[in-house]
Design a protein. Sequence first.
Length: 94
Amino acid sequence: MTTTEERNHPVPVDGAFEAALLELINDELSLDPETPVEATTDLVMTGQVDSLGVMEIVDWIEDRLGVDVDPADIVRENFESVDLMVDFARRLTR
């Protein structure tokens, strides 16, 4: 979990951000811990992450980047894979 101080100092969306997101998913959210999630893994089709997991990812992104995610943006096109989440996060910080 991100502290309030971290939310006030957002991190850049870079390789470290992607690595931390992959670590979160693989270590805490994956519904199939035996199968590692990679940046291109389709989380929906594989069933690796459920809707509650997606909401935890949204909360994590908000905390890390110091932004609020519009509920209308919580769609498959933005959260299907880590690659798409990173692209979405970059758009949020522009």
